[in-house]
Ligand binder design. Structure first.
Ligand code: DGL
Length: 280
């Protein structure tokens, strides 16, 4: 048993869609979350910048002595997971591998599509993770950049702009006989119904956040590190900018009110002595 908290980081508030599943699957765990709201979005940035930001953001959480760090941000997981695992003194679990594993299982050899930010898709991290598990698996990567601002504006699956964006991005996938779609971005689970409506009832949807939460549960079980505390665990959130907006918009992602949010000034986390120049 280990009552230390789980640490979760993201480029902003989207990672709360992963915390939502962690809370359901592991209700006794305490969670500390850091959203880098001052520097969001990561999804249009280069690998060295994302690697540096992700390492600084994750490192801030070490002061809470977490038993595990979850890289909830798909972009950070896709571009910087190896770097984080190398640099951080606690286990790190990203969202790409669990999502890829579920996609391969459900696809049974039929085509898979992965949707995500520009950076996630151009990294090919999901394609590589899927092919590592099933070398012959057909996989299509597709960036849907408008989905993030649409969700943050509060637009849901019934919104006409969302329907238009979904149809514009996803219609080509219908023609390619896609069998499984991976929601490879923290924001996309909030548009799950629009994606499903666009692709039709035969297409299965993988929520990487949920798969990652199940992977965290497996890890904690196998290492005898589950919390012994009675549920519900606590959630403390830290942000690098605009806690009021985080609280308001983030509660939709978390699906519960956010009670504790603290603003973190730059000097408390932007202090990395090394620039990860080796990350290209
Ligand atoms: N959290 C990011 C992701 O899952 C989306 C927002 C961003 O671009 O930073 O890729």
């Amino acid at each position: 048993m280990n009552n230390a908290p789980l640490a979760v980081f993201d480029s902003g508030l989207g990672g709360l869609s992963v915390v939502r599943h962690l809370r359901q699957i592991l209700p006794g765990e305490d969670i500390v979350y850091f959203g880098d709201t001052a520097r969001v979005p990561y999804g249009i940035k280069s690998r060295p910048t994302v690697a540096q930001f992700a390492l600084e953001t994750a490192s801030f959480l070490l002061q809470f002595d977490p038993k595990l760090i979850v890289a909830a941000c798909n972009t950070a997981s896709a571009l910087a997971l190896d770097h984080l695992i190398r640099e951080l003194p606690v286990p790190v679990i990203g969202v790409v591998e669990p999502g890829a594993r579920a996609a391969v299982r459900l696809a049974a050899g039929k085509p898979v599509a992965v949707i995500g930010t520009e950076a996630t898709i151009s990294s090919s991290a999901y394609v590589k993770a899927i092919r590592a598990l099933a070398p012959e698996q057909p996989v299509i990567g597709l960036a849907c950049p408008l989905f993030v601002p649409l969700v943050e504006e509060g637009r849901g699956s019934d919104d006409p702009l969302v329907k238009l964006a979904a149809e514009t991005y996803l219609a080509p996938l219908r023609a390619q006989g896609v069998h499984v779609v991976v929601l490879g971005c923290t924001h996309y689970p909030l548009l799950r119904d629009a994606v499903a409506a666009c692709l039709g009832p035969g297409v299965q949807i993988v929520d990487s956040g949920r798969e990652t939460s199940l992977a965290v549960q497996r890890h904690l079980t196998e290492t005898a590190a589950l919390s012994a505390a009675a549920p519900p665990g606590t959630i403390r959130c830290y942000v690098s900018d605009n806690p009021t907006r985080f609280q308001r918009v983030g509660s939709r992602f978390l699906n519960e009110p956010i009670e504790y949010v603290e603003l973190v000034e730059a000097e408390r986390y932007v202090n990395l002595p090394r620039r990860p120049s080796e990350v290209r």
